[in-house]
Structures are given as C-alpha cells and as structure tokens.
Design a protein around this ligand. Structure first.
Ligand code: SF4
Ligand code: SF4
Length: 60
C-alpha cells in the first residue's frame, strides 16, 4: 500500500497530527515538510481519519 500526501492541502509543522497518530512512525519532518516512508505502513487509516485537511489517502 502506498501513501499519497497532497502538499497543497497539508499545513505541515502547524499540524503534525499524522505524526502523532501513526503507530508505525511512518511520518517525519524534513526541511519543514511532512515526509513519509510507506514501507512500514500497516494500513490502519489513522492518518487518513485524523488529517483535518484531507491531505492523506492510501493507494491499495
Ligand atoms: S495531519 Fe494532514 S495536514 Fe496535518 S501534518 Fe499530517 S498531512 Fe499535514
Ligand atoms: S495508515 Fe496507519 S500505519 Fe499507515 S501511515 Fe497511516 S497511520 Fe501510519
């Protein structure tokens, strides 16, 4: 499964809810942008459900 993050919607360091809710620590911050390594994603959808901007979706 792959993660798609819409950077036009993400508010980045002003939010970081995805970092807080992901049990697999898939997300991190680099150069003030949220980045991710979807190799570790277990598909729990916590990030999708908790992103208030609707910036994350999963591709199955
Ligand atoms: S939860 Fe959504 S808006 Fe917040 S940092 Fe993550 S991707 Fe961006
Ligand atoms: S679906 Fe779950 S494991 Fe995958 S990135 Fe989102 S919160 Fe993390």
């Amino acid at each position: 499964m792959k993660i798609r993050l819409d950077y036009a919607k993400c508010i980045g360091v002003g939010c970081l809810d995805c970092l807080d809710v992901c049990p697999m620590n898939v997300f991190s911050v680099r150069d003030d942008l949220v980045v991710f390594d979807d190799e570790g994603c277990c598909g729990c959808l916590a990030c999708v459900d908790n992103c208030s901007r609707g910036a994350i979706c999963l591709i199955y």
